[in-house]
Design a binder for this molecule. Structure first.
Ligand code: IPE
Ligand code: IPE
Ligand code: MG
Length: 246
């Protein structure tokens, strides 16, 4: 049994869902079928997070760099996203989950974009959990776009240079209004961030597992949470200082 302290759950979990292609290879099937199986793992994780009371779940579904993959694979991923939205909207409503996105949504196919907007709108009042999909997302790109908008606002007299600090910068990011991730999970045995939430992960606890995304289960999620709960988040302070605070 994996022991979890239900009073010490991470508020925000972010996941780099990696390994669909290798899973497909292992099973001697095409990559697209690996992605399809990966979408099932998404359903399990969303449901579990909602059930146990995680407030924010951010899933890295498609990176800016992923646009460079073979056109057929990109197309299939867009199709799967479309299918997920069609099938899952009802379930999101039922579970009180609000859908949000981060990334360059304008680059998505207009039909997928429309469906996303609809789902975001229809779930906007749900307050049990935020499911935040990173689509066409890149961390460096997000930071650059924030800088550009700050410069524009400065020119228009909306923001003074002396007002630019960590808090105001946050407002120009896609994740505005969301707490930074407490826990990042990356599957498939890769030890890298791959341009995900670069600014927001300054103090995130990192958890890496060899499990390939399509094989990721509820128990794997619990293992990650249990590992997170064993850590001491010091934010630069000493253990002694933390004891004084708590
Ligand atoms: C993750 O699986 C899904 C996306 C990046 C869209 P991959 O497709 O990257 O799987 P591997 O890394 O090739 O195994
Ligand atoms: C990261 O996985 C992006 C997503 C999971 C959507 P990649 O498979 O694209 O990352 P790299 O190329 O191994 O760094
Ligand atoms: Mg990969």
């Amino acid at each position: 049994m994996i022991k979890i302290d239900w009073n010490k759950l991470p508020r925000h979990i972010a996941i780099i869902m990696d390994g669909n292609g290798r899973w497909a290879k292992q099973h001697a099937i095409g990559r697209v079928r690996g992605h399809k199986k990966g979408a099932q793992a998404v359903r399990t994780v969303v449901k579990t997070c909602r059930e146990i009371g995680i407030k924010y779940l951010t899933l890295y579904a498609f990176s800016i760099e992923n646009w460079e993959r073979p056109a057929k694979e990109v197309e299939a991923l867009m199709f799967l996203l479309d299918e997920y939205l069609t099938k899952e909207t009802k379930e999101l409503q039922k579970q009180g989950i609000r859908l949000t996105t981060i990334g360059e949504i304008d680059r998505l196919h207009p039909l997928v974009k429309d469906k996303l907007l609809q789902t975001k709108e229809s779930t906007a009042k749900n307050d049990q959990m935020v499911l935040n999909l990173a689509l066409s997302y890149g961390g460096k790109d997000e930071i650059i776009s924030a800088v550009k908008r700050i410069v524009q606002d400065n020119k228009r007299g909306i923001i003074d240079i002396s007002d630019i600090n960590k808090e105001t910068f946050d407002r120009y990011l896609y994740t505005y209004g969301m707490p930074d991730p407490d826990l990042l999970i990356r599957t498939s045995g890769e030890y890298r961030i791959s341009n995900f939430l670069l600014w927001q992960m300054a103090y995130t606890e990192l958890y890496f597992t060899n499990v390939l995304w399509p094989d990721f289960t509820k128990d794997d999620l619990f293992k990650a949470i249990a590992s997170y709960q064993k850590r001491e988040r010091r934010f630069g302070l000493t253990s002694e200082q933390l004891e004084e605070i708590n």
